[in-house]
Design a protein around this ligand. Structure first.
Ligand code: GLU
Length: 335
């Protein structure tokens, strides 16, 4: 891909579109009952005024789906494409448009698998393009501006939403409908966007992008990892069920990654089968550490601060490298 350089003073940014509400359309003015993933990338780009004043843009449609339909194939396509294109000197950064429901998962997967220090920024919208005060155009404008900024180099994969800049590792969707739907809760944002200018105040110190050990270039699938949600009286047979089709299990436990005695007993049988079990929490903030009562069997691994879906991604990538419980534990401690 060669960017047709329109303005040699400006950076060249590739926008990879995957769908979501930012490309959604519905009844004029309304914010509900719309269809996600309806506008193509060129329409999306042309809906943002002055985008061509901040960067030269090349757009490519990777998919046009509701982000609940994003699959591992989309992830591998995105990561491989960014890894390939980032070798071109005439490409300076990337923006990915994505549905918000699973945006944090794609952001973390790319944070761990793209091999470039060039900026990679994900964004989306909570209101469809046809809504009154649609939030997509400003989010896209600010994402392109962030991807075109020298300050964004070596920051890992980031998310821009509602004037905030977040790390792919720590970002979480925290509201089901408001436009300010993303946060990193206790870790805070990396910084703010004001119009097209980024202001950074924090940095993620966990390994990402060029410092990450994970290489997906030769993979066409990822080891399957399932998430089991614990609640009072939760049936432990879900663990056995998952063990028949999964190489690893993440538990969305109560409190600090806890569960019942019945679940603990079920984990013993998973250890015998060689299946690692990561303890994370359904709470959404705080830390999960090793715990003598919960980690009675060797295969139990604490997730530290990763949410269940992010722990699932790290466990799956860890399983591409090793099946050794101790090594997987070390990966969770490091990442
Ligand atoms: N469920 C849709 C999606 O994730 C709409 C949510 C959104 O993009 O805000 O693509």
């Amino acid at each position: 891909m060669l960017i047709n350089q329109k303005n040699s003073e400006l950076k060249n940014i590739v926008i990879l579109a995957t769908g979501g509400t930012i490309a959604g359309t519905g009844e004029e003015g309304k914010t509900t009952n719309y269809q996600a993933g309806n506008l193509d990338i060129q329409t999306l780009i042309s809906s943002v005024s002055n985008l061509d004043k901040i960067a030269n843009i090349y757009g490519e449609q990777i998919a046009n789906v509701d982000s609940n339909d994003i699959t591992v194939n989309h992830w591998l396509t995105l990561a491989n494409k960014i890894n390939e294109l980032s070798k071109q000197e005439d490409i300076d950064g990337f923006v990915i448009t994505h549905g918000t429901d699973t945006l944090e998962e794609t952001a973390y997967f790319l944070d761990l698998t793209v091999k470039t220090s060039k900026p990679v920024v994900l964004t989306g919208a909570m209101r469809p393009s046809t809504a009154t005060s649609a939030d997509g155009p400003l989010n896209l404008y600010q994402s392109v501006a962030l991807a075109a900024s020298d300050l964004s180099i070596e920051q890992g994969c980031m998310v821009v939403f509602s004037d905030g800049i977040y790390s792919g590792r720590n970002v979480q969707k925290v509201n089901t409908f408001k436009t300010n739907a993303f946060s990193s809760i206790e870790f805070g944002c990396l910084g703010y966007m004001r119009d097209n200018i980024p202001y950074f105040f924090n940095k993620s110190i966990k390994p990402h992008t060029i410092d990450s050990q994970f290489d997906i270039s030769k993979l066409n699938q990822l080891p399957k990892v399932s998430i089991a949600y614990f609640n009072i009286d939760a049936d432990p047979s879900i663990l056995k069920y998952f063990s028949q089709s999964s190489e690893g299990i993440v538990i969305a436990g109560a409190g600090s990654g806890t569960f019942s005695t019945k679940w603990l007993q079920a984990i013993e049988s998973l250890e015998l089968k060689g299946i690692p079990v990561v303890r994370s929490s359904r709470i959404g903030s705080g830390i999960i550490l090793e715990d003598d009562a919960m980690d009675k069997y060797n295969n139990c691994i604490p997730s530290y601060t990763l949410s269940p879906p992010k722990a699932r991604i790290l466990l799956s990538l860890a399983l591409t490298k090793t099946k050794d419980y101790g090594e997987i534990k070390n990966i969770f401690a490091e990442y």
